[in-house]
Ligand binder design. Structure first.
Ligand code: DGL
Length: 277
């Protein structure tokens, strides 16, 4: 017989599911492990269907449902959409369909920002994929919580593809980032609305004055989830440290190399599992 507390423990010790179109979501996973080190994680990178950035909303919803179905089958207790493109165009649909709590990157970032923003520095830049910018999801959420903010949003379709190639610090990356940053010289905050973009943070910093806060949505989401997880009553009682399983829909050795540098531990290509889609 399983006693109630044991059952709660069992439920709460299930993993957290995290997904993205590729390796961008690892930037989120890294922050989750920092904030919630005792949790277990299952990460799905949909590399076969990367990039998501230019796809239609219908396609994004269809793909996102398949990703969530997979994670639900793995028995996850919470799903983190570690992707701006999916968050911006599919989160509301997904939250209506599934019982499992689903968290994206937009609301946590804007809520945290609202708590620390000053009226004098409320020009907010958003850089993201084409689909995210087209959806106006950041504008809507920012206007809802920070009504007097001025928003400048720009799409940067090249950056996610460059990140998947590992082109994050070469000359091409330097020039591309320089070009995109021209639009943000006068903002107070710059939200990296695509989870691949933190890989370019150093290059961005070189182009922007130090007074501009560059906001990594993975950092914001992880802080938010840390506060919320007890509210969901889903905190683990495990004391293992940040265990994770990696699944990809297509396996390219470059992924293992970049994952190694993001997660700061050796990721062997043979440890990555393949999900057929
Ligand atoms: N990392 C993703 C995002 O946050 C998607 C990049 C892409 O697949 O185009 O939007």
């Amino acid at each position: 017989m399983i006693l109630k507390d044991e059952r709660t423990d069992k439920m709460n010790n299930r993993p957290i599911g995290v997904f993205d179109s590729g390796l961008g979501g690892l930037n989120v996973l890294k922050e989750l492990i920092k904030e919630l080190p005792n949790e277990k994680y299952i990460y799905l990178g949909d590399t076969k269907r990367f990039p998501y950035g230019q796809k239609s909303q219908d396609a994004i919803i269809e793909i996102a449902k398949q990703n969530v179905d997979f994670l639900v089958k793995q028995g996850v207790k919470i799903i983190v959409i570690a992707c701006g493109t999916v968050t911006s165009q599919a989160i509301e649909v997904l939250q209506k369909i599934y019982e499992v709590p689903i968290i994206g990157i937009i609301e946590p970032t804007v809520l945290n920002l609202r708590d620390r923003i000053d009226e004098r520095d409320n020009t907010i830049g958003v850089i993201a994929t084409k689909g995210t910018i087209r959806s106006c999801a950041w504008e809507k959420k920012i206007s809802e919580y920070i009504p007097n903010a001025e928003i400048i949003s720009v799409s940067a379709p090249l950056l996610a593809t460059m990140a998947e190639e590992g082109w994050i610090s070469n000359k091409v990356a330097e020039y591309t980032v320089r070009e995109y940053m021209k639009m943000f010289k006068h903002v107070d905050k710059l939200i990296l609305g695509c989870t691949h973009y933190p890989l370019f943070k150093e290059l961005m910093r070189k182009e922007l004055s130090n007074r501009i806060e560059i906001i990594d949505t993975g950092v914001e989401l992880a802080k938010y989830l840390k506060k919320k997880i007890s509210g969901f009553n889903l905190e683990t009682s495990d004391s293992k440290t940040g265990e994770y399983e990696l699944y990809l829909t297509d396996i390219d050795p470059t992924f293992a190399t970049i994952a190694t540098s993001i997660l700061n531990e050796n990721i062997n290509i043979d440890e990555i599992k393949r999900l057929e889609v």
